[in-house]
Design a protein around this ligand. Structure first.
Ligand SMILES: Nc1ncnc2c1ncn2[C@@H]1O[C@H](COP(=O)(O)OP(=O)(O)OP(=O)(O)O)[C@@H](O)[C@H]1O
Length: 292
């Protein structure tokens, strides 16, 4: 049963992949997913743990050879049946979601007109307004430019604008800043946080980076090998993690200590002797404070 505070409630989500002449592979192994309304929820786990597959399941955009099953899938207290989730998703590399041969304006106007019956001129005005909302300067000019003419950060802002034009109730951001440099990363995260409050969105922030979820998320789910191995409030996860995998992930945050060690999560081996340059974060608790 869905609780009142959950926007999304999924029971026993499984995803399998079947390739030609190969046995079926279980990718997501029966997870229960409850996403509280109006929060930013972090999904954390190393590469290959199943974060993206889980999110693609929610959005019904799994690859052709993947099959998803659930025991129940409810949205805002109602069974979603076969309807699409009123959500939008942004990805690590905005280039993959943008057609290099089309202008930014083309992309935005297309989304506006998909969701409301307005003229092209009206759609253009709405699109320009949305570009302003996501902090893009010279929006009229940007409308005429092609994706490659924009910086990575600007492209990600365009994707966020496109996502918002779809009027989602839930925004899934899958490693939205991984491809960006640190300063731009912080700006995009700020934008997501700001929009989440402004639009009263529920946001799912998928990342392998605990540093990012610390300052952004109210709650965290930790994924490992296709399962959620631990979940709780951000404080619970940071200060009272019980699962060994969570502890290892936390231990893998660079200490910033001059003689700090960098550990790999999966095999617990030392992968680097020392971090010589001064890191941004000093200790785990300082990481949390710094980002809060
Ligand atoms: N199209 C595909 N065909 C077969 N296996 C796949 C496919 N896509 C993903 N997988 C496998 O599913 C598992 C989960 O992948 P997923 O992309 O969800 O991981 P992730 O946690 O999001 O990691 P990353 O951040 O690296 O994408 C991995 O073992 C991956 O190899």
């Amino acid at each position: 049963m869905a609780t009142e505070n959950n926007l999304l409630d999924i029971k026993n989500l499984k995803v399998t992949i079947t390739k030609k002449n190969r046995p079926e592979v279980s990718i997501i192994k029966g997870i229960d997913l409850a996403l509280p309304k109006g929060e930013i929820i972090g999904i954390v786990g190393e590469s290959g743990s199943g974060k993206s597959m889980t999110m693609k399941s929610l959005m019904s955009i799994l690859p052709e050879d993947a099959k998803m099953t659930v025991d129940s899938f409810s949205f805002d207290g109602k069974n979603l049946n076969n309807e699409r989730l009123p959500g939008a998703m942004i990805f690590q590399d905005p280039m993959t979601a943008l057609n290099p041969l089309r202008t930014i304006g083309y992309h935005l106007i297309e989304v506006v007109r998909r969701y409301s019956s307005v003229t092209k001129q009206e759609a253009k005005k709405i699109a320009v307004k949305e570009l302003i909302k996501v902090g893009i300067s010279l929006p009229e000019k940007r409308m005429t430019q092609y994706p490659h003419e924009l910086s990575g950060g600007m492209r990600q802002r365009v994707l966020i604008a496109m996502a918002l034009l779809a009027k989602p109730k839930i925004l899934i951001a899958d490693e939205p800043t991984t491809a960006l440099d640190v300063t731009v990363q912080a700006q995009i995260l700020d934008l997501i946080r700001h929009l989440q409050q402004e639009e009263k969105l529920t946001v799912v922030l998928v990342t392998h980076d605990f540093g990012i979820v610390a300052g952004m998320c109210q709650s965290i789910k930790v994924m490992y090998q296709g399962q959620i191995v631990e979940e709780g409030t951000t404080d619970e996860i940071f200060y009272e993690a019980a699962h060994p995998y969570t502890k290892e992930l936390l231990r893998a945050i660079p200490s910033g200590d001059k003689n700090g060690k960098l550990y790999a999560v999966s095999n617990q081996e030392l992968v680097s002797d020392t971090i010589n340059q001064k890191g941004e974060f000093q200790t785990l608790s300082e990481t949390h404070r710094y980002l809060s």
